[in-house]
Write a new protein. Sequence first.
Length: 581
Amino acid sequence: MAKSKNQLEARSTGTIPKTLTGISGLDEITLGGLPAGRPTLVCGEAGSGKTLFSIEFIVKGALDYGEPGVFMAFEEKAEELKANVASLGFDLEQLEKDKKIRLDYVHIDRSEIEETGEYDLEGLFIRLGYAIDSIGAKRVALDTIENLFAGLNNTAVLRAEIRRLFQFLKSKGVTAVITGERGGNGLTRQGLEEYVSDCVILLDHRIINQISTRRLRVVKYRGSVHGTNEYPFLIDDEGISVLPVTSLQLNHEVSTKSLPSGIAALDKMLGNSGFYKGSSILVSGTAGTGKTSIAATFANAACLRGEKCLFFAFEESPKQIIRNMRSIGIDLQKHLKEGSLEFYASRPTLYGLEMHLVAIHKAIKKSKPSVVILDPITNLITIGSVSDVKTMLVRLIDFLQAEQITVMFTALTLNNIVNEQTDEGVSSLVDAWLLIRDIESNGERNRGLYIMKSRGMKHSNQIREFVITDKGLDLVDVYLTEDGVLTGSAREARMLMEQTGEVIHAQAVSRKDRELERKRKILESKIESLRSEYESAEEELNKVYVEEALKKQIMGETINKIADLRRGDDGGEEKNVHKNK
C-alpha cells in the first residue's frame, strides 16, 4: 500500500517514518503521527479516554488513510464496543463487513493460569497474526494490556512475554497502539511497557476546583522531536480533539484591509477605516455601558457584508441576545437563519479554561468564520486566575491571527478605574482597545467612549459620548465648557441655549440690516430729490441763457430791417443817419 505523505517526508528528512492518527491536533503535536511499524503505549487512569483513543486510531486509519486495522479487546466484548462508539458516528459493524477493520475479543481466564502455572502468548500471536493477515491490516490496537497479564505474578515471565509481544508486532510491520492502566509508581501497573515502547502517551483526567479537565502528554518518542508539554483534549460527539497550545510562533501574515465596525462615527475616529482584518479588539467597561451592543453591531456589520460570524456567549443565551438587540434596531435572527451567524453559548463553569480553549478552537475550525466574538471574557476568571486567562487568550489570539480571523472581546470592569483583573491583563495582548466609562453629572448617568489604542492606525484621542438609540449606536461630540465636559441633557440644554442665542442674534442682525436698508433708501431718495432740484435749476438757467440769446438775435434783426427801410427812401439820409449816430 502507498505510504502517506508524512511518511515519505519523514524519510526524506532523515527522521523515522510516521503514521497519521487522524486524531485532531495529535498529529501536529507529534509532528506527523505515531512511529510507523512500531508500538505506542497509551496509558492513563480509568475514564481518561484510552479505549476511545485506540478505536479512533483504527477507524480513522481505515476511513481517512485506507489502512485496515485490527482492534483486539481483552475487556469489552465486540457488541459492547460497537454500542459504545456508535454515539461518535463510528459504524464498526459496517466497517467489519467492508473488511476495513476486524474486531476480536479475547477472554483471559485467570483461574486457568493459576491452575496450570503456565503462561504463553503463542496462541495470542497466532490469533492476532491471522486477524492481521485476513484483512491486510496496517494498524493494530490492543486494549488493555493489564487484562492480558491479569493472572501472571511472575515478574521475569511478565517481562519476557511483554518483550515478545512488542517484537511480534514489529515483525508484522504494523503500527500498534497498546493501552495500559496508570500504575501507582510508574506510568503502568507493570512498569515495563513504558520502557520497551517506542512512543508513550499519557492521558490524564483531573478535577481542579470541581471542574473536569483532560490532558495529554507525549512522555517519550524515540527518534523524533515532539511537543513535551501537557495539552488539553476534549471528548465529544466527534471523538477526541487535542489543541497544541504551545505551538506559538510570531510569524503569521498580517493584512492591511480594514473592516468597518458598524458604527460610522467610530470608524471616523479610527481614521475613516475601521479595524484591521485579523486583528484583536477589546471592548471594556462597567456593567450596562453597551459592550455587548458594540459586539453585536460588529457582528451584524460582518454578516451584512456577507461574512460569517461566530458568537461565543458566556453570560447570556442566544435568544436573550437576539431579543435585546432588537431594541436597538439590529435583527440577528435573520443572520442566524441565513447561516451567516452562529452562536456558541455555555457557562464558563462547564469546562476548565483549557477545555474552553479546545472547544473554541474546534468550533472555529468547524465553522470557519471571518469574525469571532467572545462576550464576556471576564466570566472566565471564575474558573481560573488572571494569569491563566491571559495565557489562554494569548493562545487563542495567536491561533486567530494565524487564521486571519478578526476577534472582538468584551470585558467587565468593576469601577471607573481600569480594572486589574480584566483590562490590564488583556489590553496588552490586543491590537485595539475601546474603553467605555460612566459620566455622572447633572443628576444622570451617561456613557463616554475612548480609543485607548489602535496599533498601526491613526486614531482620535478625544472622548465621545456613546449613545444607544432604537435605531442603533452613535457617537456624538461632548460639549466642553469652562466648567468641564457636558453630556446628556446638560449638553442638549447648552446646545439649545446656544441655538436660541444664535436665533436672537440673527434676528437682531436682521433688524439692524433692515434699519440700515431703510436709511439707505431714504438717503437715496434725498439724493434723487436734490438731483431733480439741480436739474430744474440748471434747466431754468439754460432757459435764461436761451432767452437772452434770442433777444439779441431779434434786436439785431430788427435794426437791420430798419436800416434796410431807410436806405430805400434816401441814400443821403442814410448817411446822415449814420453820421448823426
